[in-house]
Design a protein. Structure first.
Length: 231
């Protein structure tokens, strides 16, 4: 009944395919297609007429890849890139596993990481975390994405996004000091994304947290800052 080649046959073919590729890496999509061609599988055998994301063929290839990872022949450290284990330094992989992009619950660590990102130059608009993750080692701490903080500060460029004045003093980076505030607090289920974060001066920040008219200030932010989305 099973018209597909066995997992070990697929694994052997995948290994050969990678060894023959320069550089020795492919995307999952390329692997599904090129191995299917190699085994001369018809579309019907592949189940491509059905929802292709869960096709039996793709599953078989993915399992074959896992076998190779477990055998130490493939590198499983990166999503979306299938490659041989090599000793060569891989800049892309280093970027992928950059500690500075890891979420942290430690405020100083967060500042350090996002400052490192800023020092490197342009920060691409990050996805962030729609549901902020927490760690409960000492009470509940919200893990925050340094990329979100860095992008917001870079975009605000030292000018408070609420009162529109420059921050109160100049930092070593040459930028005026701002703080990053989550419009819907993380503790109330707000997301750690640039659509829910603003760069504000310390006065406005306290105002947003403690003011009797904090709700009005929050509404003012939604009007002023176009990227914000109510979450
Ligand atoms: Zn302000
Ligand atoms: Zn805040």
């Amino acid at each position: 009944m099973d018209s597909l080649p066995s997992e070990s046959e697929v694994a052997a073919a995948l290994l050969t395919l990678l060894k023959d590729s320069t550089p020795p890496r492919i995307t999952p999509r390329q692997a599904y297609q090129r191995l299917a061609e190699q085994f001369e599988l018809s579309e019907i055998a592949l189940g491509l007429e059905m929802a292709s994301e869960e096709s039996a063929w793709e599953n078989r290839v993915r399992y074959a890849r896992w076998d190779l990872i477990k055998a130490g022949q493939l590198d499983g450290s990166q999503r979306g890139i299938w490659k041989l284990v090599t000793d060569e330094p891989d800049d892309e992989a280093d970027d992928e596993l950059d500690i500075n992009e890891e979420a942290t619950g430690d405020d100083e660590e967060l500042q350090q990481r996002s400052n490192n990102l800023l020092r490197r130059g342009k920060v691409n608009r990050p996805v962030g975390y729609l549901k902020a993750r927490t760690t409960t080692s000492e009470g509940t701490t919200y893990l925050r994405d340094p990329r979100v903080r860095a992008w917001v500060l870079q975009t605000a460029r030292g000018r408070c996004e609420l009162c529109e004045k420059p921050g109160p003093f100049v930092l070593g980076t040459g930028e005026s000091y701002l703080e990053v505030h989550h419009v819907v607090f993380l503790s109330l289920g707000g997301s750690d994304t640039v659509e829910n974060a603003v760069g504000v001066c310390p006065n406005c920040h306290r105002h947003l947290h403690l003011g009797t008219d904090a709700d009005d200030q929050r509404e003012a932010l939604y009007k002023k800052v176009e990227r914000l989305a109510r979450s």
